[in-house]
Design a binder for this molecule. Structure first.
Ligand code: ADP
Ligand code: MG
Length: 380
């Protein structure tokens, strides 16, 4: 996948504005009795500050392994992991624990609170470890965090005296102890009933509103849909999110096949992508920017019939109906465009495997063909 940094003008200098989390070409092999197991394969992932991202995928697909790369709990075999401008892949163990304590809040499925000390002491522990707040402020801060998760009344109980949902809220308060910019949660609602899961999710939403960056692994596709963005992982590889958006009825492994097949093409703002009348052989999915569908009209100026943003596709009409393009496609003047290109032969192979996707694309093609005719009708 293409890597892009957007550059921001700051005074006279151009400053590279990295995403807060950036994985580049990450591969992870586990050593096993029967040889190396390739758990993550060429993973590229960028997450911007303030984003709320969900990671979904089957059990065993590599979700926890991916989180462990970000938290530094484990290391990639090859590739780079940058978190908050720090090279996590190159950090030594001594530095890692304190760095992690200050930069990341980690929430686990089974809470992992220390059972022998009180709730408030659990929350003070990361502050003690990282010495982030003066000793005499730590208790007050822990109390404020307990108020945030609505558990101030339970401060002096042992964790086991609390329900699962309450324990998970304590774990979230603990994750926030050092005010880290990023919170990472591995199936935080996986062990909770749906009502309790909802209250934990609401808490994450509040934190995102306060500017935190949050990544959650979840099995709950309903919850995933309510985050800003979902990364689907299949067999250790990340499915392109725009491929998933364009063809939502493909299975995870079919989406992965489509992701691997797709070629990434980039165009300058205003550049012509396809000319009307040329031979059609490729299906496109917009992955960045906006493209314009331009129809020629006899004796009149061309008309912009449609604007397509990311996740929208073109070239499907010609796949079903025509061999030549019935419209021109141009990158909008507003900015550069990136598109994923899948040849018709590969598209055929994919659609042969998914009746639902075949039908959805065919209907879209029919709709676009109808629109195309009516635009031409207007002009005649
Ligand atoms: P998920 O969280 O999506 O269920 P994991 O990241 O835990 O998946 O695991 C991905 C794959 O890697 C699984 O097949 C798992 O068995 C394997 N795996 C995970 N940890 C280890 C390990 N320490 N040693 C060997 N194989 C592992
Ligand atoms: Mg897991």
């Amino acid at each position: 996948m293409a890597i892009s940094f957007f550059k921001q003008k700051n005074g006279d200098e151009l400053i590279e504005n990295r995403p807060i989390i950036h994985l580049r070409e990450v591969n992870k092999y586990y050593k096993t009795a029967i040889g190396d197991y390739h758990a993550l394969e060429g993973v590229d992932l960028q997450i911007n500050a303030g984003e709320f991202v969900s990671i979904i995928g089957k059990s065993g697909s590599g979700k926890t392994t991916l989180l462990n790369m970000i938290t530094g709990i484990d290391r990639p075999t090859t590739g780079e992991v940058w978190v908050n401008n720090t090279a996590v892949h190159g950090m030594n163990e001594n530095k890692m624990a304190r760095w992690r304590g200050k930069n990341l809040g980690i929430v686990f499925q089974f809470f992992q609170l220390l059972p022998m000390i009180s709730v408030i002491e659990n929350i003070m522990l990361p502050m003690d470890f990282c010495r982030t707040y003066p000793m005499n402020e730590r208790r007050k801060r822990a109390m404020e965090l307990l108020e945030l998760v609505e558990l101030a009344d339970h401060a002096h109980k042992l964790p086991t005296a609390l329900s699962g949902g309450q324990q998970q809220r304590v774990a979230i308060a603990r994750a926030l102890a050092n005010d880290p910019p990023v919170v990472i949660a591995d199936e935080p609602t996986g062990n909770l009933d749906s009502k309790t899961a909802e209250s934990v999710f609401a808490l994450f939403n509040d934190l995102v509103a306060k500017g935190k960056t949050i990544i959650i692994v979840t099995h709950d596709s309903g919850l995933a849909k309510r985050t800003h963005r979902t990364a689907l992982i299949a067999d250790g590889e990340i499915v392109n999110e725009y491929v998933a958006k364009a063809m939502p009825t493909l299975t995870a492994s079919q989406l992965l096949q489509a992701t691997k097949t797709a070629k990434i093409l980039t165009y300058e703002a205003g550049a012509m992508i396809l000319a009307e009348g040329t031979n059609a052989d490729t299906f496109y999915i917009v992955s960045k920017g906006t493209v314009e569908v331009i129809l020629p009209r006899p004796n009149q100026s061309d008309v912009i019939a449609l604007q397509l943003g990311s996740g929208k596709c073109f070239g499907e009409m010609e796949f079903f109906h025509e061999t030549k393009h019935r419209a021109s496609i141009r990158a909008s003047e507003a900015g550069p465009v990136e598109a994923l290109a899948i040849g018709y032969e590969q598209l055929s192979e994919l659609l042969d495997q998914s009746e639902a996707t075949h039908e959805a694309l065919r209907q879209m093609a029919n709709k676009h063909a109808g629109e195309n005719l009516s635009w031409r009708g207007i002009s005649s």
